[in-house]
Design a protein. Structure first.
Length: 231
């Protein structure tokens, strides 16, 4: 054990790892975030709160069971860098580790105990080939690790390539995604409680458009979990 720790310390000197929020060097037991940034993570605690403000974002638009996000982010937040590195810099370990932490919250909440399967928001195949991965699938993998729930990445597809949602109004976002999702395998979703997973919830347009298709499946119920939401 001592030898292994010495080897890890030596490798850290040669190939230092850095906190994905503040940029400081990570110690060998730290993952993705340093202890300081993890301690100061602006958690929402919405996973234990029915009728929370994020759920209310969808009231009157679509029937969702529960909605939560692990933490808040804002324009000047260091945690915005965390999300950017996950989505655009190929740092998939962020999604897995933070998804694992989100999964621990979901597992301890009575609101999500009936979830049957996790469905990550799909990317269009062209965009996924270009990026090399789907960040929502990485988050889903972390959640599955913590909860034991299965991941279904095949039953829902993104059939149209859409422009980035960044800097779009809610109406523009909705028009951009309203018809892009489709269910390929309704039988796999029938009578199941699905946890729909995304990286960030802003206006909720993408979640709404995808959940709308899931709810067309007989007996399907939908809850939502994301890493972050706008404060």
């Amino acid at each position: 054990m001592i030898l292994g720790q010495l080897i890890q310390n030596f490798l850290s000197l040669l190939y230092p790892r850095h906190c994905e929020a503040c940029g400081n060097a990570l110690h060998h037991k730290e993952k993705v975030l340093c202890l300081s940034c993890l301690y100061n993570l602006p958690r929402t605690n919405y996973s234990a709160e029915a009728g929370n403000p994020l759920e209310k974002l969808f009231w009157g638009k679509i029937r969702l069971e529960h909605v939560c996000a692990l933490f808040f982010f804002s324009k000047g937040s260091p945690y915005r860098r965390l999300l950017h590195n996950l989505k655009y810099k190929g740092k998939t370990a962020i999604g897995i580790e933070m998804g694992r932490r989100l999964g621990l919250e979901l597992k301890s909440s009575m609101l999500y105990h009936t979830v049957d399967a996790i469905v990550p928001i799909p990317l269009h195949p062209k965009k996924q080939r270009r990026r090399g991965y789907n960040q929502s699938e990485q988050i889903a993998a972390g959640i599955a690790e913590s909860t034991g729930w299965t991941i279904d990445s095949r039953s829902v597809m993104r059939r149209e390539f859409t422009n980035t949602q960044t800097r779009k109004t809610r109406l523009d976002r909705w028009e951009n995604v309203s018809e892009v999702f489709a269910v390929k395998n309704a039988g796999a979703l029938r009578n199941k409680h699905i946890l729909l997973v995304d990286d960030v919830i802003t206006t909720g347009a993408t979640i709404e458009a995808c959940a709308q298709q899931l709810l067309k499946v007989e007996g399907c119920k939908v809850s939502v979990a994301a890493l972050a939401c706008v404060k």
